[in-house]
Design a binder for this molecule. Structure first.
Ligand code: ZN
Length: 354
């Protein structure tokens, strides 16, 4: 399923959740309400995605989980953009709540009370309460809630992004502790769980931003390997396996013929997979990736970190005028971050002693 060209995924736990609701709840109406609330959550995520699109950032997908939705953006917005993208979601719920309130006012002459009793006539009332709650809950100023991003985006208008993230992260973790304590006092396991995720989310967001700050202002050529071995596409997997053992390199650029043009990348996993399926006499050409990551040596290093993922840790081939000049692996990046961290600690202590 996709909306506005954005794939919508439903996490399997969400289906389990619906089955569970149907068995414990009062049947049809209750399940219908849960589905309606999730339609509102979907609209909320689409709010984020469509505003992001206005800034030229596409959304990889939207996934619905039992505790809410997640829109995965295909890039990192600037602080001012982040402010608007984050506000867009809760705003969708505010608009939905206003529409429902008007419908209810016209129909009943009054707004529903904020109690979640459910019968046929209070279906819209319950949906109204759900949207008000979604707007308020998401505006809690704590990562990974929208309110946390709104806070960071606003702070970042007046200070560096790293500092803004640290402040927003600290506020978020403080709030998480309060939410957790409240949950324990009121014996609400769901609140304790939410607090736990907020606390973790805030920590991750802060460390990711600090990591990125070490890369800021550097280009790919600052972190790339210049001494590396390539392998010929006509070589056997046995030869590749030997190269893997003899050196510390995990992935090999594959070259065709003598002119040395890179036509693919042979990863460590591909060598192992090839040996298992075809044996040592298999050719490198049959097991290399023909589509591999490339970048220019002057490209910003911050962009490189986004190119690695759990599913695809293969290296970036650095090309200048179509000619390979280096290679950046995940290990390069972590070493670069480690050294940059050490350098900045060094300059900081010089500052104090000098
Ligand atoms: Zn949101």
């Amino acid at each position: 399923m996709s909306v506005a060209g954005i794939p919508i995924r439903i996490h399997f736990t969400f289906v389990l959740f619906l089955v569970w609701i149907a068995t414990i709840g009062s049947g049809f109406l209750w399940t219908g309400l849960v589905l309606a609330v999730f339609a509102c959550v979907l609209l909320h995520e689409l709010g984020h995605a469509l505003v992001a699109r206005r800034f030229g950032i596409e959304t990889r997908d939207i996934t619905l989980y039992p505790i809410g939705g997640v829109a995965m953006l295909d890039g990192r917005p600037r602080p001012r953009q982040e402010l608007w993208i984050s506000l867009a979601g809760p705003m969708v719920n505010v608009v939905l709540a206003i529409i429902l309130a008007l419908v209810l006012l016209i129909r009943d002459g009054a707004l529903p009370s904020f109690s979640l009793s459910l019968n046929g006539s209070s279906f819209l009332g319950a949906l109204f309460v759900a949207n008000v709650s979604l707007a308020i809950f998401n505006m809690i100023p704590a990562f990974p809630m929208d309110g946390g991003r709104v806070l960071r985006g606003s702070l970042a208008l007046a200070m560096p992004e790293t500092r803004a993230t640290q402040i927003a992260g600290t506020i978020g973790q403080g709030l998480a502790i309060l939410i957790g304590l409240w949950g324990i006092l009121h014996q609400s396991p769901i609140l304790v769980l939410v607090a736990f995720f907020v606390f973790l989310g805030a920590g991750q967001e802060v460390s990711a931003t600090i990591t990125r700050s070490f890369l800021a202002g550097h280009a790919l050529h600052d972190a790339m390997q210049k001494r590396y071995r390539t392998i010929n596409s006509g070589a056997t997997l046995e030869a590749a396996a030997r190269m893997l053992i003899e050196g510390s390199q995990h992935d090999f650029p594959v070259v065709a013929g003598d002119e040395g043009e890179v036509i693919g990348v042979l990863t460590r996993n591909a060598i192992a997979h090839g040996l298992a399926t075809e044996g040592p006499t298999g050719y490198v050409a049959a097991h290399m990736r023909r589509e591999y990551k490339t970048a220019h040596p002057n490209a910003p290093l911050e962009a490189a970190i986004e190119m690695f993922s759990q599913e695809d840790p293969s290296p970036i081939i650095v090309l200048d005028d179509g000619q390979m000049v280096g290679m950046v692996t995940q290990d390069n990046l972590s070493e670069f971050i480690m050294l940059e961290h050490a350098r900045q600690q060094g300059t900081r202590s010089y500052g104090y002693t000098g």
